[in-house]
Design a protein around this ligand. Sequence first.
Ligand code: ZN
Length: 282
Amino acid sequence: MIIGKYTLYSIETSEFGLDGGSMFGIIPKPLWEKEAPADEMNRIKMVTRSLLLVSEDRKVLIDTGNGTKWKEKYRNIYNIDTSRYNIEISLAKHGFCADDITDVICTHLHFDHAGGNTKIENETIVPTFPNATYWVSRENWELANHPSQKDSGSFMEMDWKVLAENSMTQIVDGKEPFIDSIDIYLTYGHTTGLMHPVISDNANTVFYGADLFPMAAHIPIPWVMAYDIRPVVTVQEKEVLLPKFAEENWILFLEHDPNNQACTIRQHEKHFKMKDVVAISE
Ligand SMILES: [Zn+2]
């Protein structure tokens, strides 16, 4: 898909699973299980999916997935599997490699979004994208480095410490323009200062859903994750965005959906659902 000066590629970086109850908050299991069947450990099937934006002078990667630094114990808990999808394979499929990446936009620093920022080489943690600037919002940077007990398990310093030490991080408010033709929309329900990149031209607009809309099953307004630090704010943010998506036919990029890269939205009275599946790339 081409939007304005960018060609877009869907970059799947891992398969994994999170607890279905945590993923759907107050929604009862008999309802969510129809959308996302659970395995014997109550985990639902998910992926980490990044979006690569390629222009003449930049290759911008949005989020980096779970990465590969996992100890066996957590690899098992989260069922992390990088045998079918990983960053190298998915970039290579479209003719790119890690050294090509000029910018990484970190929507937020949760481990399943920033884990691929760094990797282990010769028993040392090093940047996965040695030529990139890593963009992080100031508010999420501050939270990640001083998390509450509720979200301390979601932030892992090894995903960004070496980047900061090598002056590869750029902390931004998220309101200022920082990469050409990419707008940023900030939300606060899932975590503080979550940056959603928005790419548009006269014909199409893509909204990067991140953890406000992790899967197509999270389109209905009350289907909100228990991981969210301000679930009522998430509901309010969805109430503002979904009518706009439906009216203006925006494309919603789905970072964790195992089956759909992106979709459009339809509205029926007060309810919202997926309209059409959209393929960003092969
Ligand atoms: Zn998150």
